[in-house]
Design a protein around this ligand. Sequence first.
Ligand code: SF4
Ligand code: SF4
Length: 468
Amino acid sequence: MSSGKHLKGVHVNHSKNTAGMPIIPMPVPERVYIPMSMHIGAPCQPVVAKGDHVKVGQLIGDCDKPVSAPIHSSVSGDVESIEQFMTQNGRVDTNIVIKTDGKQEIAETVVPPVINSREDFIKAVRASGLVGLGGASFPMSIKYNTKPGQVDTLILNGAECEPYITVDHAAMLAYAQDMVDGMRTIMKWLDIPRGIIGIESNKPDAIAKFNEILAGSTDISVCTLRQVYPQGAERVIIYECTGRHLIAGKLPADVGCIVSNVTSVLKLQQFLTTGMPLTTKFLTVDGNIVAKPQNVEVPIGTMICDLIEHCGGLTGEVKKILLGGPMMGRAIPRDDFAILKSNNAVLCFDEKFAAQRKETACINCGRCVAGCPMNLMPARLSRAFKDKDIDALREYNVMSCMDCGCCAYSCPARKQLNFEIKQAKTLVMEDDKKKKAKAEAAAAKEAAKAAEAEAAKAAAEAKEGGNK
Ligand code: SF4
Ligand code: SF4
């Protein structure tokens, strides 16, 4: 089934070199480096100290702020140090460095949670340490903590529309039954009557697998998505599966939906049945200079250089390392960063693949408009950004941009449109902040003036009363 409604997008070259490869666990590295901020929200604080022995699944970092997710050890070994250094996000963060002992002993605390109510379920989701594994890294317990009756549809996101990445596809083939069980568990505790599994049409074996498992079921169905990028973007998959529009600034729950990546639901189901929190990540390692491209299960905190080494190393000089796909992924300057909860791919390219094409003048061809799923005018946004024209950026609805990169991909003038629009959004957000602070300062001044006038009036009345 599908809503029959479609948003625009672009046809990208899929280059899925690892298609059909199963996910193979990587041997535990000598050391892992686990940062205390792997989610949107407040960072965790270490709850272990240098010299402590830790086991797999043991809590090593937590935070009492509502928007956060606990962090667990991915290995057994000794805490070698707790240090501040830069993570792949460009932020300096507290890292727990663990020297592994190779035994991978499981912590005694790893036991399935007892759930008797919606509240217990939300607590268990938080305890799992899960964040959006499709790249967003938003704590899953916050996403699932909706009002009773607010959500009527759970969407399992199996689109995986980014070029090169195949690890969700491999996970769907290996764990389809667990994913369906996970969906039913979520639907039960959050009282969601309908489940939809959205999968791009280029994965017919995964579609067939789910259809086979769901034969005769009425609660969950499969929605075959067109092979058009970006079908996996939250706003796009909601529209394609339900016909509902999610506008900028609103959450999926505002249109009655929760969207979860396939591996997020799988890892949650595994936590609920075994008690093992999130300690490993499924990743695609690919790119034209990776010796042995493959899908790997990696302990969180593994250094990217160790992972590349595990994949046979590089066959040429690296020019670009991407975390995520080429459309929305982020380039990193070095390979000595740790794998975080949100990573789903490491791609390495040489000069030939990564060379920045020279930008030329806009020829007003309109291709960027034709490809934008949000119906924006990227060329005008780019111009308004260069002119620092905040009013025009607002008028052209810049905040609706979801950074999908379709505009830049379509542009024959090779303009870095999405990059400029991303910066334009920051400009507007900073302007909003300034305006808000100014309005608050003006309101505080008015309130102080009114209080002063009130005090003067009271003093005058008191004086008058005394004179009588
Ligand atoms: S303007 Fe934003 S939403 Fe539209 S195609 Fe470009 S990056 Fe995507
Ligand atoms: S696609 Fe590029 S060249 Fe064409 S209108 Fe947009 S910015 Fe200009």
